[in-house]
Design a binder for this molecule. Structure first.
Ligand code: DQA
Length: 146
């Protein structure tokens, strides 16, 4: 099973970016820990980050041919991007929306997700564990449990 992990804007700044909210781990740290878990589970992951909305959309469009599911931390684009929403919808791949922080416990503008209606589900507020939980959820799809 192949899973595409996509990270949106400013997530390359993890480690130094508001550590009280997002934690002290860098995106590379999270990727390394996730890779170990993925190897244990027998899944294959591809882990990417971009600050550019168009690039994220292209990755989602292309995922159809090479991946079984997508895990997306769209960062701030979560709250604004109809383009990302349409790309998820068009891809037809099960997509999980994730966030490190609990977006519902933060500012009002973070309470609305443009992409949530076209995602299989949302995992929010568990720090780096949001990524690990999403991996579990993807494995659940394959087992027919979700
Ligand atoms: C985030 C939450 C978003 O509201 C914010 O814009 C981010 C990170 C998270 O992982 O908690 O950039 O997606």
């Amino acid at each position: 099973m192949r899973i595409l992990f996509i990270n949106g804007p400013n997530l390359n700044m993890l480690g130094t970016r508001e550590p009280g909210i997002y934690g002290a781990k860098t995106l590379k740290d999270i990727e390394a820990a996730l890779q170990i878990r993925s190897d244990k589970c027998g899944t294959e992951i591809d882990f990417r980050q971009s600050n550019h909305e168009g690039e994220l959309i292209t990755w989602i469009q292309e995922a159809r041919d090479s991946f079984d599911s997508i895990v997306l931390n769209a960062g701030a684009f979560t709250h604004t991007s109809i383009g990302l929403r349409d790309a998820i919808s068009a891809s037809g791949l099960p997509t999980i929306e994730i966030h490190l922080s609990n977006v519902h416990a933060r500012e009002n503008f973070r309470h609305h997700s443009m992409i949530a209606p076209v995602c299989r589900g949302q995992i929010t507020g568990f720090g780096e564990h949001s990524y690990f939980l999403a991996l579990e959820a993807c494995i659940g799809f394959e087992g027919g449990n979700a």
